[in-house]
Design a protein around this ligand. Structure first.
Ligand SMILES: [Mn+2]
Length: 326
């Protein structure tokens, strides 16, 4: 029996309003998953809402029906609330009132809401899990818009089929989604060739902060809040900038330190090229994620936060050296 069957049954049986919630600061996997489920459930005659704490950022506004995303929180009491591509409802970061909760995700660990949770850390994207769920229910109801939303999450979470989570099965999934109407070139153009001049000016400022540590094994950037104001950018524009330090030859761990004064924290994004487990580093700082991509939030002054982060990264590097020597 497929693991997604219980959640399919739960959705089929639900007669009350359903909320599909994405995590805050959404990416294509969380919004693509949420929109695909939303569109499918609407076709099945369900009373369904798709919600996010943040407005849909520019780089995701081409996702089919993304204008349907409502800003959380809302007053409604839901029969069922489903969080997608997140370690739990805490990642929605908005109060939600619901009789039942469930989660669909491909992150390791996190919060569990019961037997209906559909979690597979081996999946390349959450949209890959949503696709399996929809196939188990009614594959013929997957239209072009649903396929496109699913494909966008799969493509971006695999770095357009470049990251280590890309397997033969990933291509198999992509092939099926393209057959169902997803448009790979159109998706790529929307992600890669719709940059604003403000975003390029932000990148230019951010690259000035590039610093190398641990003899070039660690590289990072800092995105001060004033950079957003000076360039007319939003927090969402910081998405993906960690790939610049990661792109350097010889770097094993890359980080981006992003100032969030309204929350009084620094958001940290960590990336590994494979040798170091950055999920462990993030966990030691109160966050989480995957071996290759993780994150956390740290409170304090810039100097203090950077010191704590670099200490945690150094410990992660040492652990790798020790475990290899053993
Ligand atoms: Mn994901």
């Amino acid at each position: 029996m497929q693991e997604c069957i219980p959640i399919v049954e739960l959705l089929k049986e639900e007669t009350g309003p359903i909320l599909i919630a994405s995590h805050e600061n959404p990416d294509a996997d969380t919004l693509g998953s949420a929109l695909a489920l939303y569109l499918f459930l609407k076709k099945k005659g369900k009373k369904v809402f798709v919600g996010c704490k943040d407005s849909v950022p520019h780089f995701l506004d081409f996702l089919p029906e993304s204008q349907e995303v409502i800003k959380l929180p809302i007053e409604e009491v839901f029969g069922l609330a489903l969080v997608v591509d997140a370690s739990g409802f805490s990642r929605v970061n908005a109060p939600i009132r619901a009789f039942k909760r469930a989660r669909i995700d491909h992150h390791i660990g996190g919060e569990f809401y019961g037997e209906y949770d559909y979690i597979d850390p081996e999946a390349p994207s959450t949209t890959a899990l949503v696709y399996k769920l929809l196939c188990a229910w009614d594959r013929s109801a997957i239209d072009e818009d649903i396929a496109e939303n699913l494909y966008a999450g799969l493509a971006t979470d695999t770095g357009f089929f470049k990251y280590s989570n890309t397997t033969a099965e990933t291509f198999e999934l992509a092939k099926e989604l393209v057959e169902l109407g997803a448009k790979p070139h159109w998706t790529y153009i929307n992600f890669a060739e719709r940059e604003s001049i403000n975003k390029l000016r932000l990148i230019s400022k951010v690259l000035e902060t590039l610093s190398l540590e641990e003899e070039g094994l660690v590289a990072g950037i800092t995105i001060f809040d004033r950079f957003f104001k000076e360039t007319g950018c939003q927090y969402a524009d910081s998405e993906g900038l960690v790939n610049y330090p990661r792109s350097l030859e010889g770097v094993e761990v890359a980080y981006a330190l992003i100032e969030k004064p309204e929350e009084g924290v620094w958001k940290v994004s960590l990336r590994s090229k494979g040798k170091v487990d950055v999920a462990k580093i993030a966990e030691s700082l109160g966050g989480g994620g995957h071996k290759y991509a993780s994150g956390c939030k740290i409170k304090g002054s810039y100097e203090d936060v950077k010191k704590r982060l670099l200490t945690a990264i150094r410990e992660g590097l040492i652990e790798k050296v020790v475990s290899q020597g053993a």
